[in-house]
Write a protein that binds this ligand. Sequence first.
Ligand code: GLC
Ligand code: MG
Length: 637
Amino acid sequence: MATVTTPPELSTHPPLHPSDSEAGRRDAPWWRSAVIYQIYPRSFADSDGDGVGDLPGITRRLDHVARLGADAIWLSPFYSSPQADAGYDVADYRTVDPVFGTLQDADALLTRAHELGLRAIVDIVPNHTSDQHPWFVEALTSAPGSAARARYLFRDGTGPGGDQPPNHWRSVFGGPAWQRVTEADGSPGQWYLHLFDVHQPDLDWTNPGVPAEFASILRFWLDRGADGFRIDVANGLVKAPGLPDWDHEQGMMQGAVETDEQPPYWDQDGVHAIYRSWHDVVAEYPGDRVLVAEAWVPSLDRLARYVCPDELDQAFNFSYLLSPWRAKDVREVITDSLQAMDSVGAPTTWVLSNHDVIRHATRFGYPAGSDLPKGIGVDDPQPDAVLGLRRARAATLLMLALPGSAYLYQGEELGLPEHTTMPDEVRQDPTWVRSGHTQRGRDGCRVPIPWEADAPSCGFGPGPLTWLPQPQGWPDYALDRQVGVPGSTYELYRAALEQRAARGLGAGSLAWLDGYDDDVVAFVNDRTLVVANLGEMPVALPADVRVIVSSLPLPDDGTGPVVPSDVTVWAARPDHSPRQMATSSTAFAATRTPSLPARFTSYISASARRTTDCGSSPRAATTTPMLTVMPTRCPST
Ligand code: GLC
Ligand code: MG
């Protein structure tokens, strides 16, 4: 084995982030520390064999999510929709699309979730409707300047005969963001704005009828028992007055890249008034309902503005998702995230995958910092799948130790990779067509998930049909091949979630740990030491720690377990009080006990599962200085 570098002494910095209890939040709402599991209804489970997942399918399989140890689900849209953008084109926000079931099925799903102790967050799509929404149908048959048109962004064209679009804005999915309509009398007419697909016309949020309708939709789902909303394109609802020109490519993710100039349709200050009013709607309901923003904004400081005390509760941390697997970047984004969110008193969120990005088991299979295309096809460079999964497991274990709320995307607990060799002719994402077949889009992360290795469609549905093809090798990832199998990705997630809950990591603190080389990310969250080795050389653990979970088995160099490259470890020091672990004065002596009992080095220590050292040493009254939480970055009301 290569030489193991043993740091002489490991000491912690003062906590960068205090635990919720240190910050005086003893009865913090559930979502501050929750693990939220994203269900993409088309691809989770199909009950009727039509190849498309549906609500009864989800209800039947929901115990999987509870057993995994998540606290909540977030359901991507299941509303009436022509499915031009897989349901993110909503024709009726108060009904369920027949492909997914009925409103009764939605009620049954919410009831089942609550029985299982899971909260259920639904998706709200306020930036645009479907072009089949009655409002847009009416707008098309109404005259320019009519009240029906005023709910959307209709404008006259430019140039002779108005045959050029009103400006150069581009659709996120490729091509122009404007579409010309034919007026009732058959003449070429006005243009309407669609930042996404042509079948997704943007609403005009300055029209009072629009906010009123959405407040009523929120109430509709809150009344049915929804525990909150994930807000689609939360950064896009308001456009700069006068729709000033902007002539650049603008993908959704680029919204999260710091540039000198930002497009006049993302992250406009006007969105915050909308979220303050939504805050008030949700506050009328009991039980800590949650509002979470999907906002691709250029900095964590801008993101913090969405989660000010009188606005939304949390926002997806895409800066974290976009961070390369490099220790310096990882440390930096964690620090910035916690500082930005703490400055407004909001929990930080962590996320590595969702239905819009390349699955992280595949992303990490490319050299760190690679600029990946939007979707991978058979003629693109293929990932190193083994490295990708190894790093994904390490990255997930690192993420789940961070204080705040973590989002998981269905199938990542099985270690699913992206489908990177999908035939182009079966692609469904409008990105592929709208980009003129230059960007393959997001189908590769949306493939129906495998439940049973030997069943047709891997148990996704009763028959063989799947709306997107499952790649070769899918059975190897099936849930029934992983349950109870030591070392499986599923068992890693389960153990991690169990320990995260038992050790209170989500509501915990973070103090960086000095002493390792730069390519090791190491911190202490209350009583838990977390070491992620992003370097090439194995590193030793401090002498008297007890390994709780590790992303791969830890070899023993004769003096104790060592952490190999691309592996994360959680460890505990049961004889030290939580308080000591989190303060600056603590040092871990690096002297080794001669040998550690074998169970400490096992892949996932069975004894650790039974450990109830949580709270075994009484926590002293606050001795760590409290961080002053000052909402200094919030827009004024
Ligand atoms: C969000 C959704 C994405 C959808 C887009 C338009 O980014 O996550 O799937 O295509 O909004 O609604
Ligand atoms: Mg179905």
